[in-house]
Each structure stands twice: as structure tokens, then as C-alpha cells.
Design a protein around this ligand. Structure first.
Ligand SMILES: [Mn+2]
Length: 268
């Protein structure tokens, strides 16, 4: 039995299938972890969602920013973006089943020594604080009143105050950090607009995992979201977004021996 953690798929079902063939995935023995952004931009988001859902307890998927955007479209609190490819999910006969399943996914998964998130954590957050904050958002998403709280969760702003925060602001900041963070200042102020390679970050901003004395520096963290970062395996940090959607590669790491497996992806 092996556990494979797979990078951002974004609707690229063919690449996912090729990767699973490559690792000879056996649903009766192996488990798959997904770093989030199962959907959007790629051509087969509906097929990816259906596939991961039917894996049942063989799969763990944390929510990414595109997954939360899909929930926001479903609840009609936002409009589709120009590059969105989510309409087939919203029109599918099983849309409600799929999206109710999606809203019950965690934002953070802890197992053995590993923490899996989509994007990042603030340098001041300890593992237990991050778990507590993520749990607060998960409870809101999974509650009966999720349609009322989703605007606070989905709230997008490039900069946000770190404190003092009311509970709605905290839901928004936690979600933004866990699903969209790439760089922040030494004091932990995030910038959510920068998407480029780490060397081109705005002055005073650094990859969140390179901030000295980060409270999670002794934890092993796997994440995706930052395709311009490339694959990183260092100091307990494993970044696995291979830029599948950009025609680069889909990457998975086998947790037991930390070995990487890769398949090239077609340019869309
Ligand atoms: Mn993302």
C-alpha cells in the first residue's frame, strides 16, 4: 500500500489518468492525496470531480482557490471568469451531489508527520493554530447556513489586516492564506496578487516557507498552487504544482519514500 500526493490537476483528466497508469495505481490498495484545484481552466473538470468523489475513502482532497470559486458560482455569489471552464459541472445532472461533496472537503489535512494544504500558512501560525483556523472555515462550509457564510469565505482582497479580526474577516483571511498565499513580508503580511517566480516577488516579499523562524518550520508540508515556483523538495517543504495546465507536467510524490513520479502534459 502506498500513498501518492498529486499536484494541481485543474480539469486535466487525461493527464491524471496517464499519471495513475504510470504509478500503477491500485484503488484497492493505494491512497491518493490531492493538493486542491481539482477543477477549472482544463477541459474535463466534471470528469475529475466525479473520479475523485468515487474514490471515497481512498482519496483525500483539500480545497484550492479554484474549488472554492466553483462553490461560489454554484451559490451564485460570483460570475464566471473569462477563462473558467466550470459550466459543465454546474449543468450536470449530478451537480448538487458533486458540489455538496466538494464543500465537505477539508482546507488542511494532517496525517502522520504531514500537513497538506493548497497554498500556504502564515509564518506566525503554528500547526495547531492552522488546524484550528482551517477547522473554523470547514465548519462554516459544512453547516446548514453555508450559503450565508460563503461570501465571507470567498471574500477576495489583495491585502488584508492581520488583526484585529472579527469572525467573518477571519474566515476570509484563513481561506485566502490556505488557498492563495505565495509570498509575504518578514512580518507576515501576505500579498495575494503576485503569481510569478519567487525571484520576481515584490521588494520585501518572500515565499511564505522561507520566512525565518516560521512557526511550522519543523513540520513537513505538502502543497501546490504555485506553478511558477516549480517542484520543490527541501527542508520538509514539498511543492508539487508542476504546471500541468500550462503544458508542463503533472507530478506526484509517494509519501512513504518521497519519490517523485511525473508525466508530461499537453499544451491546451
Ligand atoms: Mn490554486
Amino acid at each position: 500500500m502506498a500513498t501518492y500526493v498529486i499536484g494541481d490537476i485543474q480539469g486535466c483528466m487525461q493527464s491524471l489518468q496517464r499519471l495513475l497508469d504510470h504509478i500503477k495505481f491500485d484503488q484497492t490498495q493505494d491512497r491518493l492525496w490531492f493538493v486542491g484545484d481539482l477543477v477549472n481552466r482544463g477541459p474535463q473538470s466534471l470528469e475529475v470531480l466525479r473520479f475523485v468523489k468515487q474514490l471515497g475513502s481512498s482519496a483525500v482532497a483539500v480545497l484550492g482557490n479554484h474549488d472554492i470559486h466553483l462553490l461560489a458560482l454554484w451559490c451564485q455569489i460570483t460570475q464566471p471568469g473569462r477563462k473558467d471552464t466550470l459550466q459543465p459541472i454546474l449543468c450536470a445532472p449530478d451537480a448538487d451531489d458533486l458540489l455538496n461533496w466538494l464543500r465537505f472537503r477539508p482546507l488542511l489535512h494532517v496525517e502522520d508527520d504531514f500537513i497538506m494544504i493548497h497554498a500556504g500558512v502564515l509564518p506566525s501560525w503554528s500547526k495547531s493554530q492552522a488546524m484550528e483556523l482551517a477547522h473554523e472555515v470547514e465548519e462554516a462550509l459544512q453547516s446548514e447556513r453555508f450559503r450565508e457564510v460563503l461570501p465571507a469565505i470567498y471574500f477576495r482582497k489583495t491585502q488584508q489586516p492581520l488583526n484585529p479580526l472579527g469572525s467573518e474577516e477571519r474566515l476570509g483571511l484563513t481561506t485566502n492564506v490556505l488557498t492563495r498565499l505565495r509570498v509575504c513580508t518578514l512580518e507576515g503580511h501576505p500579498d495575494f496578487s503576485f503569481k510569478g517566480p519567487p525571484g520576481e516577488a515584490p521588494p520585501g516579499y518572500f515565499p511564505w516557507f522561507e520566512i525565518p523562524n516560521r512557526a511550522t518550520k519543523h513540520n513537513t508540508i505538502v502543497f501546490g498552487h504555485w506553478s511558477a515556483l516549480g517542484i520543490v523538495q527541501k527542508n520538509h517543504i514539498f511543492a508539487l504544482d508542476g504546471g500541468c495546465i500550462w503544458g508542463r507536467e503533472l507530478v506526484t510524490m509517494r509519501l512513504q519514500d518521497r519519490r517523485l513520479f511525473r508525466v508530461p502534459c499537453a499544451k491546451l
